[in-house]
Write a new protein. Structure first.
Length: 199
C-alpha cells in the first residue's frame, strides 16, 4: 500500500513539473515570437518620414491655450483649414483647439501636400477664439519641402503675433517650382484672406 502511495505521489509530482515546464516553454516561445514586432531600433526611428511633400507647420506656446487655426492654399485649389480639411493638394492633419481635447499640452497644427504642384502657396494664421484684453499669442510658422523620400528641408520660418478675435494674418506667400525649389523673389507677406475665400 505504501508503494502505491509513493507511486501516486511521484506520478503527480512528475505531471506537475511537466505542466509547469511546458507552460514556461510556451511563454518563452511567445515572447521570442513577439520581439521582432515590438522592438523599435534607433534606425527605425530615424527612418520615420512625415507624409506629404510641402509641409506647413504652426506652433504657439503651450501656456496659451487658445484656439488658433492654420489655413493653407496650394496652386489652383481651395483653402484648407478647420472646416475644409482636405482637397486635391493639401490636407490638414489635425485641428488643435488649444488645450480642449488634447492628449498632450502642445499647441500644434500641420498641413501636408500630395506632390508639389508648381505655383503660389499661401499660409495664414487665424485667431479663432476670443482673447482676454492685452493678450498676444506668438505663432511660429515653418514651411518645409520634401523633394525626395530622403530629403526634407526647411525653406521658410516666421513668427506672427495675434492679439484679437478673428484676426487673420498671411504668414507667407511663396512660389515653388515643380521640383520643389523656392522661386527667387516670390516670398511675401502680402495679405490674402483665405477664410473669406471659401464663402
Amino acid at each position: 500500500m505504501d508503494d502505491l502511495d509513493d507511486f501516486e505521489e511521484e506520478t503527480v509530482g512528475t505531471v506537475f513539473r511537466d505542466v509547469i515546464l511546458l507552460a514556461l516553454i510556451g511563454f518563452v516561445a511567445m515572447v521570442i515570437m513577439l520581439l521582432p514586432h515590438i522592438k523599435r531600433t534607433t534606425e527605425d526611428a530615424q527612418d520615420h518620414k512625415a507624409p506629404g511633400n510641402v509641409i506647413i507647420e504652426m506652433h504657439w506656446p503651450t501656456e496659451l491655450a487658445y484656439d488658433v487655426d492654420l489655413w493653407v492654399k496650394g496652386p489652383d485649389s481651395l483653402p484648407v483649414g478647420f472646416w475644409n480639411q482636405g482637397n486635391e493638394v493639401f490636407n490638414l492633419l489635425r485641428d488643435d483647439l488649444g488645450g480642449e481635447g488634447d492628449a498632450t499640452n502642445q499647441n500644434y497644427e500641420v498641413s501636408y501636400s500630395r506632390g508639389i504642384p508648381p505655383g503660389e502657396y499661401i499660409a495664414n494664421v487665424h485667431m479663432y477664439g476670443p482673447l482676454p484684453p492685452n493678450t498676444t499669442v506668438p505663432v511660429t510658422i515653418v514651411v518645409s519641402v520634401r523633394q525626395k523620400f530622403d530629403n526634407t528641408r526647411q525653406i521658410l520660418q516666421t513668427m506672427v503675433n495675434l492679439n484679437h478675435h478673428h484676426q487673420e494674418e498671411t504668414a507667407f506667400r511663396f512660389r515653388l517650382t515643380r521640383d520643389g525649389d523656392l522661386v527667387d523673389g516670390s516670398v511675401s507677406t502680402l495679405r490674402r484672406p483665405l477664410i473669406t475665400g471659401l464663402k
